[in-house]
Each structure stands twice: as C-alpha cells, then as structure tokens.
Write a protein that binds this ligand. Structure first.
Ligand code: TPP
Length: 851
C-alpha cells in the first residue's frame, strides 16, 4: 500500500487551544504579553547590519512595557526575529517558543572567529591575485560559514551521514573550500584556467561546478558533502537537490522490496539549499519545489533553506523585488518556520543554525533561515555598485570586515589567526598556479561504477525479450489484488483483458506493455520510479498502475508486490508542476543509475514549462559537468485534432538539443517497441537521458498493438522496415501515428509499390539501419519524409540533410511532406485537422505509380 506522510491539520487544530492566542480567560498577563511578541516581535528585530532595513514599529507591541515585555522583547526583537505562529501544529510552535525563550547555549567563539577569518581572507586573496575575475564574493555574509558549521555539527549528532547542498554563485567557492572541504588550491585552480584544450566546447565556469567532500564536525563525525552542480538559472537546482536527497534516503532505507522512510532514515540525509534573496522571492521553480516538501512522493524529511540575503539582487533593491516586506514570505504559505537573523551577530547565527537543524530533525519539516547581511562588492567583482546604490556603497566602503567586528566583540585577538590563515592561503594560491590540469572537484558515487556513459558502442546492447513463461508469471502478479480489496467493475474487466494478454490470447496495448516492462525490471533488480500528473491512472485512462479500492479508496500498486525480493517500484501522481517535478526526477536519477526513473507530461506540450531543466541539466549536464543520467521523459504527442495546445510535444526542440550523443529521442510505433525501449534503457549498462514521444489515440489502436511473439523478440528496433512490400518504388519514412495512417492509406489504395518505414529512434539517427532498409528496395526512386508537424517543427530539419546523404549515394531523390510552416503547432478546428491530414496522406502517395 502507498504510505502517506502528510500532516493531519485537523489533529493539529484539535490541540491548538493549548497554544493559542490568549483570549483573556485562563491566560496570565505574562502569556498575553508573550503571545504578542511571539506573534509580532520579528517586525521589530534588528536584522540589517547596515541599518537600511529598519525595524518596523508594530502597533500591537506599542506601549507594552514592564518586566514581561522587556523579557519577551529580548527573545523576539533582538538580532533574531522568528515567524512561527502561522504554523498550525501547536507542538511545533511550542517547541520554537521554548528554544527562543530557553537559556542560550554556549557557542565556541574561538572556532567562529577562525572560520570568519578564513571566509573573509579566502575572498581577499582571490581579490588581490585575480583582480578583474568574477568570483561572487561572500563578503558581507561570511557568517554563512559558521551557520553551515552549526547545522552540520547538529546534523552529525542527529544521525546525519550525507548532506546534499545546493547554492547559486554567491559564496560558492568559499563553501567549496570550507564546507565541502576541497583543498583551497584545487578551488582556486579554476582562476588559472590552465588546461583550456581539455574542455573545448564543454566544461563550465568555476562557480557553477559541483563538489564532493567530507566534512568533519566538531565532535569528529564525518559527513559526506555533495554540492550539486548548478546552472546560472537561479533556483533551478532546488528540486534537483531534493531529488538527489530522496534518492539517497531511498538507498539508505531500501529493505527487500519496501522502503523504510522512518525519521532515522530521513535524518541520515540532510538537504541544505542556499538561495539569494531576490531569487527566493522571484523564481517560480522554487515555489513549485517548496510545495513538494510534505508530499508523500517527494518529501525528504525537511529541507533547510538559507537565504544568503544581501538585500540586493544585481542592481535591484528589495522594494523592486518583492511585494512582501521579507524576501522569505512565500515560505509562510506552508507550515514552515522562518528565522531572520542579523549576519553580524555570529553567535546568534550559530544558535539559529542549531535550532533549525534540531527542528528539522524533530519534525522532518522544512525550515527557513534568512541570514541578513550585505554585499561588499558589486554583483560580481567587475561591477561598480556605486552607480546604482551610491549611499549603500558609501556606507559599505567604511564598514569593517566581520571577523574584525567579532574579534572586538569577543575580546579574542584575531590578528595572529589572520596572519596564519593569510600565509596558508597565499601558499595554496601559489600551488594552484603550478597546476597543469584543472582538478575535478567532484567524484561520482560508487554506485555509478558499473555504468558507462560518454560514447556509445553497440556492445552496450542487450536482449530485452521475455519468455512466455516469464510474461505469464509477471501477469499473474500484475492482475492479483489483496484479499478483501474491492476492485472497480471496469478495472475487473481490464484485469481480465490483461490476463488474456499475458497468456497470449489477446494483443497487448501500450498500457499493459508498459506495466509488463516495469514488472520485469523490478524482478530483475532495476527499481522503477514513475511520476507525473495523474500518472497512476494515466491521463488517457490507459495505465491503471495503481488500483483504488471502491469502498475505502485505499491504493494498491501490484508492481510493488510481485515478489518479496524485488526492487522497489513507486508510481505517484505529481503536483501540478513541470519544472519542479522534472527537476526532482532528474536529481533522483542522478543517484539511482540502476533505476528506471521516468517523468511523464500530462500532454507533451506542457514539457515546455520545464524547459530550463531540459536545457540546463538533462541535455547538457554530461557535457558541462561530466554528470550522466538515465532519466526518461514520457511525452504524449500526436496530431489528432485537439487543437494547438494538445498536439505537439515539440519534437523540434529536442532535436535541436541533440548533439554528441547526449540523449536518445524515440517514438515507438507499437506496444512491443515501447516495451523493448523501456527495458533497453534500464538493462543496458549505458546511461543517457531518453525522450519518448508516446501515443494518445494509438494507445489501444489495433495497428499499434502487439502480439506476444513481439515481446519474445530480442530487441528494440531503431528503424522498423516494411515486411508487406518487398520491392518498393517509393519509400515513405515517418515516425509515430502518421506511419500507421500511411500504412492504412496504402491498404485503402491497394498500393503494392510504396514501402512505409517507421523511424522509432530519431536520435541518434540509425543511418546504417535506414541505408540497409533502403537497399532492400533496389528499384526505389525516392525517399519521402512524412511528418504531421508543420514545416518549421518536428524532426524535419534534422533528418532531411541526413536522408539526402543516404539518397544521393543511391541516386534517389528526397521529398518531404508536412504541414505548412505555422506559428502555432496545430489548427483549433477538428474538421480542418481532418482535411490537413487527408492532404498529407495524398501528398505522400502523390508520385507513386498507383496514386
Ligand atoms: C533565472 C535567472 N534570471 C536572471 C539571472 C541573472 N542574475 C544573476 S544573479 C542575479 C541577481 C540575484 O540576486 P539574489 O538572488 O539576491 O542573489 P545575490 O547575487 O544577491 O547573492 C540575476 C538577476 C539568472 N542568473 N537566473
């Protein structure tokens, strides 16, 4: 049964009275005053080290004085302000109040000072040695380093083994050196750019690449740090980090077919995501990602979010960035506490770090820490900020470095530490200058060892067929329901049909071919995770992977109950998000190379909402970062008269991104081809993303259904030649539904001289297979590329020059048949669609002798 980890708000409200707004009766004066400060105190907190973001006078607190008010003001209006009374669960609110109002715990001031010195001097050495280079300095917010120390120290004590971290440009090099613990000379080497020939056309700039390392906590515990590679597109990395964390937690929790997602397991992996204030407030992908936090399909047991808040975004001021007073306000829509802390009170920062970590571990909830500092330089170091913020930068010019302020505040002499660190880092910089190769900062985890990526060789291919006995065995498991489970009458019928398919008595449709592929994979040890909108049933009611009890609405996933020792199978309905959800699955796939990880778009068009994940990660991550993935995208595609919005998965966009063998782009023409394609993706030890254009009306169409023999056949065919016509004069090549329509048209015309090939793999284009299939028709005079898509869309621009090369070698001509170039993918009129489709078919057969 699918497990649920959602919070029950009704339960929370039932007990809410115990920690609610005082109403006069039964509440003491102290309680009344404290409530007001807990509720409004953060507005009056002193959060901006430079004093521009002034505390707000809150009418509810005005005039409150006396012993209680003074005490409460100390807790809630100092350098920490906390928003937490929007949280419906009283135990969580109480927990926070107790921490805020309890005794302050000791912090190690010597250690904090040393870390601040390191963070600041690291930047200054880069500034002096590489003047004019961009590094996106952390100066002004160097308290981030002790904050992360504090979170990791706590995480280590709470069972942490791994920490997945994500961040953008700001302070990234600093975090690589001091938190991912990469040698400083390796981090600095990026500035030397010593080996340009090794990365011609590939690689990435130094402040985007990922890093893996080992962090040692104050108590000596080791934590594996994985700083996720990050594109410039702000916040796009957030769901990727969460997906990676979920995958790692699944690895820790997998126990013979089931996944343990207990608190202990969740607390082994800590997700820490750092954000810029402008990006946090502005980017939609982050809002999508936040919404995943407590969903059973996506939860990682809480993410710690740190806003590295410098109260500026490039040249833009906060009032131009967000409609709310705080950049963090979007997080208030959920049950998430928000701690604002002044970055120039490192002791408070460290305390907040520990509270945030303990809260996350206790409630497995997200937490936001809004670390408010400033930005010492321009957006990058080559930028002059005095043009746009002259007053601010006049103030910053004379503002001392944090370590000096802290040394004075604590009375610890920082000068000797600074001297030692300076010498150490200068030596590291000299070392970097002597390197002849840019070091790789990250290492793929060991579970990637069996898998190949990079260049393809046919040796990777494996047989993907199944014996009839195996098909029957899997089918028995797929149609079985637990005793007492009430199956919907329509599903009873469907399961009967599936039983017949599995016994070879009925042709397989796509829906069952797919489930059979998944069933075989989990039994062979390859986990399957499939998510998407309404994916459990399937948008076209074709899948019914998850069955629903008609009386209890309880879910049952037969694929998860095939055997006590199978790999896991998860099939979830996703939230209504594309970018966030696809990013998550990309992340998951990065840490489950043995798994078949699939994301499905409701209709193929909607994939454009996730374009940033496709452009920045899926198609390019191996080229930029050396990071492979075997993620699968299922994109319903096909021109069926449903209008401009539900016809096209934009094949052209994927074809344009295809280069250097970076992904596979396929459109399987039959149910069995789909089955073999899915199995090929998981069974061969070669990992590349796979984009599959899946059918809609053809899902159950007899022409696209397959016999059981086709499942026994060994492999996916990249090109499906024509067995019916043996000596063609004209060869039509098409992909997807239109190929079936061409064959039907041929039957109607009783044409015996036109062959129709299905191009089931668009990229990499199977040139040899096409040439061989064409050679089998020595009297053919033309190759005709037929597509449903308009001339400016589909695979036309990609296949045409390649088909021409094949045709010219044989003195054949090439024609193309397609819709006229169009600004939108398809007509809105079903009748116009019919006319267009008829014209396509007529044109395709126009020059054949029988036409
Ligand atoms: C999606 C996206 N839009 C625009 C940019 C260009 N850009 C880079 S940094 C930046 C400002 C970011 O401000 P903030 O989030 O506050 O982070 P900071 O640089 O101040 O640390 C902008 C607009 C980008 N990188 N990504």
């Amino acid at each position: 049964m699918a497990n649920r980890t959602t919070i029950a708000p009704e339960k929370a409200l039932k007990t809410a009275k115990k920690f609610s707004a005082p109403n006069g009766t039964g509440h003491s004066e102290r309680e009344r005053v404290f409530y007001l400060f807990r509720r409004w105190g953060f507005y009056e907190a002193t959060l901006d080290p430079l004093g521009f973001f002034t505390p707000l006078k809150c009418p509810d607190l005005e005039g409150l004085s006396g012993e209680y008010a003074e005490e409460a003001r100390r807790y809630y209006c100092g350098t920490v302000g906390v928003e937490f009374l929007h949280i419906p669960e009283p135990d969580r609110r109480r927990w926070i109040a107790e921490r805020m109002e309890g005794p302050e715990f000791e912090v190690n001031q010597e250690k904090i000072l040393e870390r601040l010195v390191r963070a600041d001097l690291f930047e200054q050495i880069l500034q002096s040695r590489y003047l004019g280079s961009k590094r996106f300095s952390l100066e002004g917010n160097t308290a981030l380093i002790p904050l992360l120390d504090s979170v990791l120290d706590a995480a280590g004590g709470l069972g942490g083994v791994d920490s997945i971290m994500a961040m953008s440009h700001r302070g990234r090099l600093n975090v690589m050196a001091h938190i991912a613990c990469k040698p400083v000379h390796d981090v600095v080497a990026g500035f030397e750019d010593v080996d340009p020939r090794s990365v011609l056309g590939a690689g990435d700039v130094k402040y985007h690449v990922g890093a893996t390392g080992v962090y040692t906590t104050s108590a000596g515990k080791k934590l594996n740090i994985h700083l996720v590679s990050n594109p410039s597109h702000l916040e796009a990395v957030d769901p990727v980090a969460m997906g990676r964390a979920r995958a790692k937690q699944t690895r820790h929790g997998f126990r013979g077919a089931q996944i343990d997602r207990s608190r202990e397991t969740l607390n082994q992996v800590w997700t820490i995501v750092m954000h810029g204030d402008a990006a946090f407030a502005g980017q939609g992908i982050w809002a999508e990602t936040l919404n995943l936090a407590d969903l059973a399909a996506y939860s990682v047991g809480g993410t710690i979010h740190v806003i590295v808040n410098n109260l500026i975004g490039f040249t833009t001021r906060p009032v131009q960035e967000h409609s709310s007073r705080y950049a963090s306000s979007i997080a208030r829509r959920q049950s998430v506490p928000i701690f604002h802390v002044n970055a120039e009170d490192p002791d408070a920062v460290v305390r907040v770090g520990r509270i945030a970590a303990e809260y996350r571990a206790e409630f497995n909830s997200d937490v936001v820490v809004d670390l408010i500092g400033y930005r010492r330089h321009g957006h990058s170091e080559v930028d002059d900020p005095t043009i746009t913020q002259p007053r601010l930068y006049e103030r910053i010019k004379n503002h001392p470095q944090l370590w000096k302020i802290y040394a004075e505040h604590t009375g610890i002499d920082g000068a000797p530490i600074a001297e030692t660190v300076k010498k150490e880092y200068e030596e590291e910089q000299r070392k970097a200058g002597k390197l002849t190769k840019i070091p790789t900062l990250r290492k793929l985890p060991d579970y990637w060892a069996p898998y190949n990526y990079g260049k393809y060789t046919p040796a990777f291919e494996v047989d993907t067929g199944l014996t009839r006995e195996k098909i029957a065995e899997i089918t028995a498991g797929l149609v079985r329901t637990p005793a007492g489970f009430h199956v919907h009458p329509k599903i009873v019928k469907l399961l009967d049909q599936r039983m017949e398919m599995g016994q070879g008595k009925r042709p397989f449709d796509y829906g069952y071919a797919e489930l059979l592929a998944y069933g075989s994979l989990v039994l062979e040890g390859n986990p399957v995770r499939l998510t998407g909108q309404d994916t459990q049933r399937g948008t076209f009611s074709q899948r019914h992977a998850v069955l629903i009890d008609t009386q209890t609405e309880q879910e049952y996933l037969p694929l998860a109950h095939l055997s006590p020792i199978q790999a896991f199978c998860e099939i979830h309905n996703s939230s209504l998000s594309e970018a966030g959800c696809l990013g998550f699955e990309y992340g998951f796939s990065r840490d489950y190379p043995e798994g078949l990880v699939l994301w499905e778009a409701q209709f193929g068009d909607f994939v454009n909402g996730a374009q940033v994940i496709i452009d920045q990660f899926i198609s390019a991550s191996e080229d930029k970062w050396g990071l492979p993935t075997g993620l699968v995208l299922l994109l319903p595609h096909g021109y069926e008269g449903q209008g401009p919005e539900h016809s096209s998965a934009r094949i052209e966009r994927f074809m344009q991104l295809a280069a250097e063998g970076n992904m596979n782009i396929c459109q399987p023409s039959t149910a069995a081809q789909y089955f073999h394609l899915l199995r090929r993706q998981a069974r061969r030890l070669w990992r590349k993303p796979l984009v599959v254009f899946t059918p809609k009306s053809m899902l159950r169409h007899p022409d696209a259904c397959s016999t059981i023999e086709e499942f026994e056949r060994a492999r996916f065919l990249t090109l499906v030649p024509d067995r019916e016509v043996t000596d063609a004069h004209s060869i039509l090549i098409a992909s997807g539904k239109v190929g079936h329509e061409l064959r039907a048209e041929r039957r109607r015309r009783k044409d015996t001289t036109t062959a129709v090939f299905f191009l089931d793999q668009l990229y990499p284009l199977p040139k040899d297979e096409i040439a061989a299939a064409v050679n089998a028709h020595p009297n053919a005079r033309e190759i005709v590329w037929v597509q449903e898509e308009p001339a400016n869309m589909g695979a036309l621009f990609y296949v045409l020059p390649r088909l021409e090369r094949i045709a010219h070698a044989k003195n054949m001509r090439v024609r193309t048949v397609k819709r006229s170039a169009s600004a939108s993918p398809a007509t809105g009129s079903a009748k116009a669609h019919e006319l267009e489709q008829k014209t396509l078919l007529t044109l395709a057969f126009a020059t054949t002798p029988n036409a």
